[in-house]
Design a protein around this ligand. Structure first.
Ligand SMILES: Nc1ccn([C@@H]2O[C@@H]3COP(=O)(O)O[C@H]3[C@H]2O)c(=O)n1
Ligand SMILES: [Zn+2]
Ligand SMILES: [Zn+2]
Length: 247
């Protein structure tokens, strides 16, 4: 199987029974970490995956459940592994990630550590442009609505797998992806409505059945088990399990 997904967490920002909604994409021996939240180092430890087995990290937006583990990653790579990990960051978030999130902990002028590039091999990705990050894996950034005024990016992998950043419901986007041949839709799902800054389950249930069949729900709350059997044709993706993806 050349492309697989393994969620290292499937929880909402406030979940305590699930780790932060972050994922590993396995592509022919290449391992991409999508988002690196507060709980990512712990989740990888539990999975027996050393941090230096990750080949690149891709960031969707700068909420802590998506970037809160980057400081540990940066420190471990610099001081333990003594090399840089590749950081794929949407171009509009590059400066913001340093200035608003990481600078407080990582800046060290005495050692000349004054920016993202001092810890990471940074690749700034342009929006709406499929970028090859491995011979078997292309990523396209799709700007999607989450918090008004704050940039947030969902991902289209190989043109066939949609992975939502945290985003509000958009039937237009999801049905459009379905019509374009997208085969799998991984979508954040707030179990109660209104979703406000996320898609909520009742909104996702308004999707046509043929679209729902492609949907794997993630970023859910601790009471997820109460909703098993109540998600129409959609199913919950489970953390730590490995699922095949179309490649
Ligand atoms: N306007 C907002 C902003 C944030 N939030 C909650 O805070 C969380 C931050 O991480 P998240 O995963 O984006 O989910 C957000 C909402 O639960 C919210 O409910 N309403
Ligand atoms: Zn989140
Ligand atoms: Zn968010």
């Amino acid at each position: 199987m050349s492309l697989q997904i393994q969620m290292i967490g499937t929880g909402s920002a406030f979940a305590k029974n699930f780790y932060n909604n972050n994922a590993l994409i396995h592509a022919d021996g290449f391992t991409l970490l999508i988002d690196c939240g507060i709980t990512a180092p712990r989740a990888l430890y539990e999975l027996g995956i050393p941090l230096d087995r990750i080949d690149a990290v891709l960031i969707s937006h700068i909420h802590a459940d998506h970037v809160g583990g980057l400081e540990e990653l940066a420190f471990q790579y610099r001081y333990v592994f003594k090399r840089k990990i590749k950081l794929l960051v949407p171009a509009p978030l590059e400066a913001v990630l340093w200035e608003h999130t990481l600078r407080g902990g990582l800046e060290n002028k005495a050692e000349g550590l004054v920016g993202l590039n001092d810890y990471f091999e940074v690749a700034a990705l342009a929006e709406r442009t499929p970028t090859s990050i491995h011979p078997k894996l292309t990523v396209e950034l799709l700007p999607t609505d989450h918090i008004p005024g704050k940039a947030s990016y969902s991902f289209l992998l190989n043109g066939k797998v949609f992975y939502s950043a945290d985003m509000r419901f958009s039937k237009t986007l999801l049905t459009g992806l379905h019509e374009q041949g997208c085969e799998v839709i991984l979508h954040d799902c707030q179990l109660f409505c209104p979703g406000t800054v996320h898609a909520c389950l009742d909104e996702l249930l308004t999707l046509p059945e043929e679209v729902q069949e492609k949907v794997l729900l993630m970023h859910y709350g601790d009471n997820m088990s109460e909703f098993i059997g109540k998600t129409g044709r959609m199913t919950f993706i489970e953390q730590f399990k490995t699922y095949p993806l179309p490649s």
